[in-house]
Design a protein around this ligand. Structure first.
Ligand SMILES: [Zn+2]
Length: 191
């Protein structure tokens, strides 16, 4: 899937996780709860990160020159597109590591948001025609698909914009749930 679809799916995942578990903390700075915004940035970067292995144009578009440098460095080790960075195992390691790093820095929710974005990317790519090596090393020969063959989505094809729109609408309902409670909590606290 293309970057903007991944961003939307990542945001919806964060909003859903927040609605279900109340993950996001306020982290007030001068009484302004910056936590939701830090988590939003983290989930966006996380949702784009697995495609650091993609071709030059896509990386430049999504992550600029720094992303391109990192991507070229990864490719020098023989990392292929939708290879190592799209393993479910990598997603789990990234999520545990970023969660622990966040916890160590006092921002466990921001660390987990990065991991959620990363995992959502791999699952979203598993809906496409190509699929992903999600189950590596259990399933090495074939890519993993979440959908039966007829329903699989072509990356950048005609169905993807519909998914983008559907997730955007879902997000319209979920996003207030993500941001507003922290503001209300802080305001109440301030009064
Ligand atoms: Zn991808």
């Amino acid at each position: 899937m293309v970057g903007k679809t991944h961003v939307m799916i990542g945001l919806a995942t964060l909003a859903g996780a927040e609605a279900a578990t109340g993950l996001v903390q306020p982290h007030p700075v001068k009484d302004i709860p910056v936590g939701p915004f830090l988590c939003i940035i983290a989930v966006i970067v996380g949702a784009l990160a697995p495609d650091i292995d993609a071709e030059e144009s896509q990386i430049k578009y999504e992550m600029g020159e720094a992303g391109l440098a990192l991507s070229t460095w990864l490719q020098s080790f023989g990392v292929e597109h939708r290879g190592l960075t799209h393993y479910g195992l990598t997603g789990l390691i990234v999520t545990v590591s970023s969660g622990l790093l966040g916890w160590w820095l006092g921002y466990p929710d921001v660390g987990l948001a990065f991991g959620l974005g990363y995992l959502s990317h791999i699952l979203a790519d598993s809906l496409t025609l190509t699929g992903t090596p999600l189950l590596w090393p259990l399933q090495k020969e074939q890519n993993f698909h979440l959908l039966p063959a007829v329903l699989r989505i072509r990356t950048g094809g005609p169905v993807e914009p519909l998914i983008f729109i559907a997730v955007s609408i879902l997000l319209l309902f979920l996003l207030p749930a993500l941001v507003l409670p922290e503001w209300i909590k802080t305001l109440r606290h301030g009064l």
